[in-house]
Design a protein around this ligand. Structure first.
Ligand SMILES: *[C@@H]1O[C@H](CO)[C@@H](O)[C@H](O)[C@H]1NC(C)=O
Ligand SMILES: *[C@@H]1O[C@H](CO)[C@@H](O)[C@H](O)[C@H]1NC(C)=O
Ligand SMILES: *[C@@H]1O[C@H](CO)[C@@H](O)[C@H](O)[C@H]1NC(C)=O
Ligand SMILES: *[C@@H]1O[C@H](CO)[C@@H](O)[C@H](O)[C@H]1NC(C)=O
Length: 467
C-alpha cells in the first residue's frame, strides 16, 4: 500500500508518495535527506511532478490552479542551520568513461592545449557580458520561464558561463551554429524541459535570425520552424514519456490521473518523423514519477502508484529503462534515419526546505560549488539508467553506422539552484507552486546549446577528417 497525496492543478492531478519504510526501495518517497548528517549544504530533491505545473498541452494559457488540501500532511523539517564545511563530494563527477567518448577540444577552437578535455566537467565562472538576449529581444520565452517579467529581483543568475576544467567552452556563436546546420534539420523530443531548451536555442539564434513557424498542426505540442535564410528546420515533438502513452483516466482511483504507457512501442507521433532528421535530441525522465500503468505487447504488466487491485507493482525505474530501450531500438531500426542522436541527460531540480508541494523553494542567487551539492536519490537513478541505456544504444547504433552522443549536462545544471523560476514563473497574485524544475530564460540552460554546438563542431571536424 502506498499512501498518496495529491493536488489538482490545471486539471491534471499530481501525486507523490509518502515515505513508507516497507516500500523502500520500490517506491521511494520524495523526502529530503535532512535526517542524514549534514554533509550536504544544498539539498537537491526530486519533485519532478512539478513539471506538470506548466501545462505542456496549453503552454500559453494560464489557469487558476485548483487547490485541494493534501490528504495527508507530511513532515518537512526546515533545512539544517549552516552545517560544517562538507568534504569534497567526489560522486558529483561520476562520469563513466565507457559511456561517452571524452569530448576532445582542439587548440584552434578553444586555445586549450589540444589535450583531452571533458567539457561536461567544470564549474561556473562569472560572465559580465551575459546575457546575450533578453525578454525584450526574444519573443520565444515561455510565460512560465519569463522570470524577469514576473518580477525576479536579482539578475546575477544570468551572468555565468560554464568553464570546463582544462579547456574553454566558447560562447555560443549563432552564426557558427547556423552555418553548421545550413540545409539540415534538427528535432527535440521530450517534455517541457525540452521545450525550455528549444526556446533558449531560438533566443540565442535570434540575434541573427528569427524562425518562421511552419508547424503542420495547431497542436502546440508539435512545432516546426524554418530559418529561411539558412534553410534550417527546427522541430519540437512533445512526448514526455517518449513511448506511446495515453491518459487512461484523468481522475483515477487517487484523483491523480493515470497514464497508460506502452513500454514496447515508441510514440508514433515523433518516431515516424525522424527519417529526414540530421540531429535528434532526446530527453526526459520527470514524467516517470507519476501514476503509470505499464503495458507490454498490449497487455497490462504492472503499475507504479496506480492503486489498482490485482495489478503487480513495477517501479518507475523499470518503466523508464524499458521506455528508453524501446525508443533507442526504434531509432536504430529506422532504415532511412541517418542522423546523429543526442541524449540530453536528466535536468536536476532544486527544492529546498520542503517538497515541491509543501513549501519547497529555490531562492539561491548564485551557483553552487561542486562540494556543496549532490543529486537526489531518484534523480541519480534516472540519470544512471539514461547512461546505461545510452551505452547499449550507441553500441547497437554503431553496427549500422548511426552515431550517438551524450549531452551529459546533469552535473553542470546541478550546480545551478539559482536558475529556476521559483515564484517568478507566474503573476504574483496567482497562487502557484514554486517552480524549481524549469529554468528561467535567459539562464543556465542557455549552456545546453553551448554544449550542443561544441559537440556539433567536433562532429564537423571528425567528418572533415574522414573525407
Ligand atoms: C567548496 O569549494 C570552493 C572552491 O571550489 C571553496 O572556496 C569553498 O570553501 C568550499 N566550500 C566548502 C564548504 O568546503
Ligand atoms: C521583460 O522584463 C521586464 C522586467 O525586466 C518587464 O518589465 C517586461 O514586461 C518584460 N517584457 C516582456 C515582453 O516580457
Ligand atoms: C534546403 O534543405 C533541404 C534539406 O534539408 C534540401 O533538400 C533543399 O534542397 C534545401 N533548399 C535550398 C533552397 O537550398
Ligand atoms: C489508449 O490507447 C489504447 C491502445 O491504442 C486504447 O486501447 C485505449 O482505448 C486508449 N485509451 C484511451 C483512454 O484513449
Amino acid at each position: 500500500m502506498i499512501k498518496v497525496r495529491y493536488i489538482k492543478l490545471e486539471g491534471i492531478n499530481m501525486i507523490t508518495t509518502l515515505p513508507k519504510r516497507s516500500m523502500k526501495p520500490k517506491a521511494r518517497a520524495r523526502e529530503l535527506p535532512f535526517g542524514r548528517p549534514p554533509k550536504v549544504v544544498l539539498v537537491v530533491t526530486t519533485s519532478l511532478i512539478l513539471i506538470t505545473l506548466i501545462s505542456i498541452y496549453h503552454p500559453f494559457e494560464y489557469q487558476q490552479p485548483d487547490y485541494q488540501s493534501p490528504e495527508i500532511s507530511s513532515h518537512n523539517p526546515p533545512p539544517p542551520p549552516s552545517p560544517p564545511p562538507p568534504p569534497p563530494v567526489t560522486q558529483v563527477t561520476v562520469r563513466d568513461k565507457n559511456v561517452v567518448d571524452p569530448v576532445v577540444v582542439d587548440t584552434d577552437t578553444t586555445g586549450a592545449n589540444n589535450k583531452e578535455c571533458d567539457i561536461f566537467s567544470g564549474e561556473w565562472v562569472p560572465d559580465p557580458s551575459a546575457p546575450y538576449y533578453t525578454n525584450e529581444t526574444c519573443m520565444a520565452i515561455h510565460e512560465h520561464q519569463n522570470c524577469m517579467k514576473y518580477g525576479r529581483p536579482d539578475s546575477g543568475f544570468m551572468k555565468w558561463r560554464w568553464k570546463p576544467f582544462g579547456c574553454e567552452l566558447l560562447l555560443f556563436k549563432p552564426t557558427q551554429f547556423l552555418k553548421i546546420v545550413r540545409g539540415k534539420s534538427m528535432a527535440f523530443v521530450g517534455d517541457s524541459l525540452a521545450r525550455n531548451h528549444v526556446q533558449s536555442l531560438i533566443c540565442l539564434l535570434s540575434r541573427v535570425e528569427y524562425p518562421k513557424d511552419i508547424s503542420y498542426t495547431s497542436d502546440e505540442r508539435f512545432k516546426r520552424w524554418n530559418y529561411v535564410t539558412h534553410n534550417f528546420t527546427l522541430a519540437m515533438f512533445t512526448s514526455p514519456h517518449l513511448v506511446k502513452a495515453n491518459q487512461s483516466d484523468p481522475d483515477g482511483p487517487a484523483h491523480s490521473g493515470i497514464f497508460n504507457l506502452y513500454l514496447d512501442e515508441a510514440d508514433e507521433q515523433w518516431i515516424t518523423q525522424v527519417d529526414e532528421l540530421d540531429y535528434l535530441i532526446i530527453s526526459g525522465g520527470h514524467w516517470f514519477f507519476r501514476s503509470l500503468i505499464f503495458y507490454e505487447k498490449q497487455r497490462r504488466v504492472g503499475c507504479h502508484l496506480c492503486q489498482l487491485k490485482n495489478v503487480p507493482y513495477l517501479s518507475n525505474f523499470h518503466g523508464f529503462r524499458k521506455a528508453l530501450g524501446t525508443v533507442f531500438g526504434a531509432i536504430n531500426s529506422r532504415k532511412n534515419y541517418k542522423g546523429i542522436t543526442y541524449l540530453r541527460t536528466l535536468s536536476p531540480s532544486h527544492f529546498e526546505g520542503g517538497l515541491w508541494n509543501a513549501g519547497g523553494d529555490c531562492v539561491r542567487t548564485k551557483p553552487s560549488s561542486r562540494n556543496e551539492t549532490t543529486l537526489g536519490g531518484e534523480e541519480t537513478e534516472l540519470y544512471a539508467i539514461q547512461k546505461e541505456e545510452f551505452r547499449k544504444a550507441k553500441a547497437e547504433g554503431r553496427k549500422r553506422g548511426l552515431k550517438y552522443r551524450l549531452l551529459d549536462t546533469t552535473q553542470a545544471l546541478l550546480l545551478r539552484p539559482d536558475g529556476h523560476p521559483s515564484k517568478y514563473g507566474h503573476p504574483p497574485n496567482e497562487k502557484w507552486y514554486n517552480d524549481c524544475v524549469h529554468w528561467c530564460l535567459p539562464g543556465p540552460v542557455d549552456a545546453w546549446s553551448n554544449f550542443l554546438l561544441e559537440m556539433m563542431k567536433i562532429e564537423g571536424r571528425i567528418s572533415r577528417e574522414e573525407k
